[in-house]
Ligand binder design. Structure first.
Ligand code: ACO
Length: 427
């Protein structure tokens, strides 16, 4: 048995033998398939990249049909149970989980980068009070590019790691400053005595108390949610990150661009959209009528369905468990019953079953964030903070990839052929 694919072009009767590597064929190998010498050659056509591997990666392994998600080989369930978000960042960046000493050193290294340049405050104050936090987050992350011109040296691995640590350290500070600004509250400086999520909650919620200590269950719940959101292989925003950095743009503007891709309601914006829908439904008796409208094609059920999971999203199960733990502390979010009823009906309904639509990671996360006091508009920022780690891991991997090159897809042009501007045009 040879690792090749035989193709017969019935237009010409010619046969081609194409190599198969790792179950893939190279799209460029199709180019030799031509009708005549003038022919450009065959391309593969794949709008929405339904079946195109855009890179080779060693970071996140995802088997949608089996509901499997692993970072560097470790199942997400085990990481959520036994590690911390910062350990997971170390794992994503370096390939291995840190030992105790490495974990402490790593946490210290990230914490050294939590402060923002003081001028960032002036930038933040320029936004209206009702500015959407994602718009503020995206703009502020992009602005950091102007403070760190050294970040442009993207070919140097040490510089890349430095910028990656800076970004992981600073995104919670940006998010909390955006929130404080929207409420007219003073900015709270980072506290390096606290954990990554403990410090984030401190910068969000501290008022006049000399020290803010988040409830340990909430601190841990946020850490688990951050672990679950840290990476998800070549999704829309990660592909945006790889696309932008393929031109060797610096990681600050690139993370801003990836965050913009995340912002859309079909992607990371879904957690905000879910809560909007749950509020609109309001109570259990309205669920069947709402499902009816979804089935009639009026709108989609947000937080349901996924491009690659055609089975239960493994992250959704952990989020649901985390929600229960959080509600023990904060009190039960009444919308959880609406969410669970939606899920129960949808999982039994032929419409959802036949389309393999299951709850995704965003279905329950918004309920937790709301119970923890985060405003709904900030939910996608809570996704962007941990996903920044994934984007950066993917960026560093791509920059070290011997196959690295600027991305430049082709198109299937079906527009008009050559025509001429009339001599008397606008004369
Ligand atoms: N509610 C109702 N019907 C849906 C839903 C939904 N949430 N999602 C998909 N469908 C239907 C589509 O109408 C389509 O039906 P058809 O075959 O009769 O035309 C079929 O299921 C397949 O849908 P596609 O849009 O082709 O699936 P795709 O893989 O392109 O889209 C997506 C995936 C964008 C996530 C989609 O399921 C969706 O819009 N979900 C709601 C938004 C959401 O929760 N997004 C978050 C995703 S997770 C994340 O990004 C972190």
């Amino acid at each position: 048995m040879s690792d090749t694919l035989s193709i017969r072009d019935n237009r010409t009767g010619k046969e081609y033998e194409i190599d198969i590597k790792d179950d893939n064929i190279k799209a460029l190998d199709l180019r030799q398939i031509k009708v005549n010498d003038d022919d450009f050659g065959m391309m593969s056509y794949d709008p929405g990249y339904m079946n195109t591997a855009s890179c080779t990666s060693h970071i996140t392994d995802l088997h949608g049909s089996k509901g499997i998600l692993r970072y560097r080989g470790y199942p997400i369930e085990q990481l959520a149970e036994k590690s911390t978000f910062l350990d997971v960042v170390y794992l994503l960046f370096n390939g291995e989980l840190p030992d105790t000493q490495q974990s402490e050193d790593w946490a210290m290294r990230i914490k050294h980068h939590t402060m923002l340049h003081e001028k960032t405050k002036r930038l933040l104050k320029g936004f209206n009070y009702d500015a959407h936090p994602m718009g503020v987050f995206i703009s502020t992350v992009a602005a950091l590019s102007t403070f760190y011109p050294d970040a442009k040296d993207v070919d140097d691995p040490e510089t890349r790691m430095l910028q990656a640590c800076r970004l992981v350290g600073k995104t919670p500070t940006i998010a909390s400053y955006a929130y404080r600004n929207s409420r007219g509250l003073p900015f709270i400086y980072p506290d390096n005595e606290l954990s990554y999520t403990g410090n984030f909650l401190n910068m969000m919620y501290r008022m006049v108390e000399p020290r803010y200590q988040a409830h340990p269950v909430l601190e841990r719940a946020l850490d688990v949610l951050f672990i679950l959101h840290a990476d998800h292989e070549q999704n829309c925003s990660t592909s945006a990150m790889r696309n932008i950095t393929s031109s060797k743009a610096d990681p600050f503007v690139a993370v801003a661009g990836a965050s913009a891709a995340l912002y859309g309601p079909s992607h990371g914006g879904a957690n905000e959209a879910v809560l909007n829908q749950l509020r609109e439904i309001g109570s259990l008796e309205n669920v069947p009528a709402y499902i009816k409208r979804v089935k009639a094609g009026e709108f989609r059920l947000m937080g349901f369905g996924h491009r690659v999971y055609k089975n239960y999203d493994p992250r959704a199960r952990i989020v649901k468990e985390t929600a229960e733990a959080v509600f023990e502390v904060t009190g039960r979010n009444p919308l959880i019953d609406v969410a669970m009823e939606l899920e129960r009906i949808a999982l039994e309904d032929e419409f959802f079953v036949s389309k393999k639509l299951y709850p995704n990671v965003d279905f329950y996360s918004g309920l937790i964030y709301e119970a923890m006091g985060f405003p709904m508009e900030a939910f996608t920022v809570l996704f962007a903070i941990p996903r920044t780690a994934g984007w950066l891991a993917q960026w560093m991997e791509s920059m070290a990839d011997p196959e690295f090159r600027i991305t430049r897809p082709r198109q299937n042009y079906q527009g008009l052929g050559e025509r001429h501007v009339p001599d008397d045009y606008r004369s």
